[in-house]
Ligand binder design. Structure first.
Ligand code: Z5A
Length: 215
């Protein structure tokens, strides 16, 4: 087993089943006897959760896209310093509901912020830290919004138009095409038992690879 913990992230559009997937992944890791920290973005620390409330709350005046971008990275800087890096350093694994791929997909592809601007902040805040594995829960936008709508009242992002979420989905799929070794696309439109079977297989394989020191 590698000494440093592994960093796994779950991504996808709203209602894609990330929360559902988190518990499936966690079960596999815990069953393998590995220490696990489960967290989310934006959030994961007291300051990060306060920023999450600011970011997701409804605002009549909206939010300037650069302000939104900077608040996401402010929350991420705190999250890395206080929670993620200390856990990885002692060999625990970290499972995070959303990370920087969300920024490229939502602020970049969705809102039109330039990739170069996001990359500059990514490099400043993260250095060379990157998830070891990302599961992209992919499904048609209409199905994701239908599922998200059943679960809770729409947040500030979910009020946005379907076209926005189509751009976000395509942004994610582009990252997956560019980084196929890190990003595994899971067809989240299927019934839960099929999704669970694929996720269990992917995570069990990943654990085996880490145990043999190849990932
Ligand atoms: N954001 C950003 O813009 N930039 C950033 O850098 C970051 C975030 C980090 C926080 O989202 C918002 O922040 C997000 C992007 C932005 N935009 N929004 N909204 P969040 O992650 O807290 O919220 P969310 O995307 O809406 O996720 P969610 O509410 O947690 O949904 P989910 O986790 O993807 O889905 P779920 O709760 O697991 O499932 C939804 C329902 O579908 C639920 O009833 C399930 O039982 C059901 N479900 C799930 N899978 C299935 C299958 N396979 N079949 C049938 N039913 C299913």
């Amino acid at each position: 087993m590698n000494d440093r913990g592994a960093f796994i992230t779950i991504e996808g559009i709203d209602g894609a089943g990330k929360t559902t997937c988190m518990s499936m992944v966690a079960e596999c890791i815990v069953a393998a006897g590995i220490g696990l920290v489960q967290t989310r973005e934006p959030g994961g620390t007291p300051l990060g959760e306060d920023l999450r409330t600011l970011l997701l709350g409804h605002r009549d005046e909206g939010m300037f896209s650069d302000a939104e971008l900077l608040l996401m990275f402010a929350a991420r800087a705190e999250h890395l310093a206080v929670r993620i890096l200390p856990a990885l350093d002692v060999g625990d694994w970290v499972l995070c509901d959303r990370f920087t791929d969300s920024t490229y997909a939502y602020q970049g592809a969705g809102r039109g912020v330039s990739e170069a601007r996001i990359a500059a902040l990514e490099s400043w805040v993260q250095g060379d830290l990157c998830p070891n594995l990302t599961l992209l829960m992919d499904l048609p936008v209409t199905l994701g919004l239908e599922r998200a709508g059943k679960r809770s009242a729409p947040d500030r992002f979910e009020h946005d138009a379907q076209a926005f979420f189509e751009r976000v989905r395509e942004g994610y799929l582009r990252i997956a095409r560019e980084q196929p070794q890190r990003v595994r696309v899971v067809n989240a439109a299927r019934p839960l038992d099929e999704v669970r079977a694929e996720i269990t297989h992917l995570i069990d394989d990943f654990i085996e690879i880490r145990r043999h020191g190849a990932a």
